[in-house]
Design a protein around this ligand. Sequence first.
Ligand code: SF4
Ligand code: SF4
Length: 405
Amino acid sequence: MSDELRRHIVALADQCVKCGLCLPSCPTYALDRNEAESPRGRIALASAIATRTISPINRIPLDHCLVCLACESVCPTGVHYAELLDATRALLGPTGGMNKYLRALLTRPHWLRAALWVAQTLGARYWARPGAHLLGSGSRWRAALLMLSESRPQARTKIDRRLISSQNTPKRIGLFTGCVADVLEESAHAALERLLQQLGYHPVRLPAQCCGAMDAHSGDAPAAIRQARQVHQHVTALGLDHILTATPGCLAELRRALPETRVEEAFAFLDREGSTLRFRPLNSRIALHIPCTQRHVAHSDAALLRLLARIPELDLLPLPTEPRCCGAAGSHFIDYPQRAASLRRIKLDQALALQPSQLLSGNVGCRLHLRIGLVEQGRPMPVEHPLSLLARQLDPHPAEPQEDL
Ligand code: SF4
Ligand code: SF4
């Protein structure tokens, strides 16, 4: 298997013609101005490790990669960078340190929910932040404590068993809520359900379950495969042929796990199917951060902009594309807190310069990371999922459907 994996990595790396056109799009290259921290450098390193030319001990630039996929989007020869990186991390195995324990907790929503409830009950909001500030800015424990201080577990809406059991219900559609998002994103999932119900759909929630992305990106391929199998079993048991997710970071892994099922990101679906939705006016300045996975995996950034433009009077302020990533990137903001904070600082400076009343982002990790940064800078403001805003502004009286001419 290992030799086969090595050959696969070399074949993928050989697609790169070393033109360097991806370098200006790479946030870590912008941060370090170092070839090793660029897509081209990482592809060369992966190939050299796979051919045993370089020792795996030199893997750090590969671990620093944010998997933002900005490089894949601009590559003229179509290098499958995500596949190359996942294969290389699978070859190298998981990174060490606290990461594996934290990952175990983050990918098990029932454990995570219980741990957060216990922490909140023990007054985490009072001790987690001061405790974090006793630690150095490069400490992973500091990053984890700051995350804890801003994490509020939300109770899951009760599942309607009748819909689950009746596979004959018309316009039945699955809702994948994930792991961390299942615990922290209840308001966004409830908002999506409300929007779908307004369109006459019957959303059916899947059991809380990780899609496997976090394990795959951390190099734990066996764990990622186990998670993907469980997702497949849940979807099969519920008889669903169409799944939506409000978390674009889950999309690629879900599509891999469910090759016979249509899997879409919520904004792409709502933009296409939601022509009868109407929204109430909102006279506010709201900044919008578009997560990397929404731009480069879901390709739903234009759909989201169209949906938000339908809220009358809203002064929507999209953040500049550069830098391409806020630094959250799965567990990157805990594994490499200083690097993540450097990228975040640029994004927050851009956001604050616009003087918005709130910030929107469709990814739970980005939102948590940005919210922590705002609190650290003494400039707290609401950071919300765009679905929550859309549902709040929803006019209960839908528009008449347009006749096809
Ligand atoms: S990954 Fe693509 S864009 Fe980047 S150097 Fe290789 S061929 Fe060029
Ligand atoms: S995925 Fe993002 S961080 Fe990683 S090499 Fe590509 S552009 Fe750079």
